[in-house]
Design a protein around this ligand. Structure first.
Ligand code: PLP
Length: 388
């Protein structure tokens, strides 16, 4: 098999049935049968690599996982019902009471809620570093620290963290580096190359790409994935075979979709920089992005998310959202349809004002998930909403 991600995404396929179908069929079954008692015993004791029950494994899920693992350069992986179940199960499987996480402050709202509200119940604590202060990470590391956790690019601020620096720190202190690679996808960025131990995706976003299904996946070493698999097998956040089938098909076109998403996003970002009502435009491949050089080093293209600050704060932000016509008002991202979100009043509304500001989420911050419509139409819509 080729090392090229485009070929991997198309040619990785589960074994054909006797019907010799070209495209992998959907295995919509909750369980599997056995030849006899001995076959059943050997399968349960894992002497045989067999599907037993779709909470554990399913052919469609296995195909999806194998593709993502190969695309990320990982040994193994496990798929989940959602991105959040991937985040939760990965950390819950590997951490013990008393452990400590050092995390970037700019992380997805529900991941923050997990760290701040639920993990303390099990005596798992965390310390945050600001995305522009990776030099402070080492000061936060304690004897009980087990994990460095980050997203890059971040949601919704589109900040970039230097994966090489994170990898070096994690290695020096013998910590697990876990990267949520949702905004980049395996096509744009492979954190394992820079020393990440585990890479997590919300497959709900660009991997599906058409706003249809939920899904999540974690990839990494076979040893770590085994622990995560056992946790998931016993606690139940399995990806449905139908969603796995959709997601595996979606990966076949990921590279083509992403090329256009990124081309459109760069044009939208360039346009926003010329607009008087939009300030602080952030897009990783805009030379004005504070971490442009790092983005260029570790990403193939800049992704499809652009953020900017609308002049006039919260009221102007709400007004902008009210006035878009072509773009959707939605909390999702990574869809073929362009989407605008006002994080302060939606995805990050559960954070306090202070927590939002610390994560760079100002009242007028707008996140644009640039879709696949003609870029002139996207720009025209944003322009008219900005000036309404
Ligand atoms: C960076 C990031 N991680 C994780 C998630 C959670 O994914 P899901 O909605 O599939 O649970 C999201 C969702 O927006 C996200 O943006």
């Amino acid at each position: 098999m080729s090392d090229n991600i485009e070929t991997i995404a198309i040619k990785t396929q589960i074994e054909r049935t006797r019907f010799l179908e070209h495209s992998a069929p959907l295995y919509l079954t909750s369980s599997f049968v056995f030849e006899d008692a001995e076959d059943m015993r050997a399968s349960f004791s894992e002497e045989k690599d067999r599907n037993i029950y779709s909470r554990f494994t399913n052919p469609n899920t296995s195909e999806f996982v194998e593709k993502i693992a190969k695309m990320e350069g990982a040994e193994a992986g496990h798929a989940f019902a959602t991105g959040m179940s991937a985040v939760f199960s990965t950390l819950a499987a590997l951490l013990n009471s008393g452990d400590h996480i050092v995390s970037a402050r700019s992380i997805f709202g529900s991941t923050h809620t997990l760290f701040a509200k639920y993990f303390p119940k099990w005596n798992i604590s965390h310390s945050y570093f600001n995305v522009n202060e990776v030099d402070k990470i080492e000061k936060l590391i304690k004897p009980e620290t087990r994990v460095i956790y980050a997203e890059t690019p971040t949601n919704p601020g589109v900040y970039i963290l230097d994966l090489e620096v994170l990898g070096r720190i994690a290695k020096k202190h013998n910590l697990l580096l876990i990267i949520d690679n949702c905004f980049a996808t395996p096509y744009l960025q492979n954190p394992i190359k820079y020393g990440a131990d585990l890479v997590i995706h919300s497959a709900t976003k660009l991997i599906d790409g058409q706003g249809r299904v939920l899904g999540g996946v974690t990839v990494g070493s076979a040893e770590l994935i085994r622990e995560i698999y056992l946790f998931s097998r016993n606690t139940g956040p399995a990806l449905s075979p139908f969603n796995a089938w959709i997601l595996s098909k979606s990966l076949e076109t990921l590279h083509v979709r992403l090329d256009r998403h990124c081309e459109n996003a760069l044009k939208v970002a360039g346009f926003l920089e010329t607009e008087a009502n939009a300030g602080n435009v952030r897009y990783p491949f805009l030379p004005s992005h504070p971490q442009y050089e790092i983005a260029k080093k570790q990403m193939k293209l800049g992704g499809n998310i652009v953020s900017f600050e609308i002049k006039g704060g919260i009221e102007a932000g709400r007004n902008f959202i009210d006035n878009v016509k072509l773009c959707s008002r939605s909390a999702n991202l990574g869809d073929a349809r362009s989407i605008v979100t006002h994080p302060a009043s939606t995805t990050h509304s559960k954070l306090t004002e202070e927590e939002r500001l610390e994560s760079g989420i100002t009242p007028g911050l707008i996140r644009v998930s640039v879709g696949l419509e003609h870029v002139d139409d996207i720009i025209k819509d944003i322009q008219q909403a900005l000036n309404s």
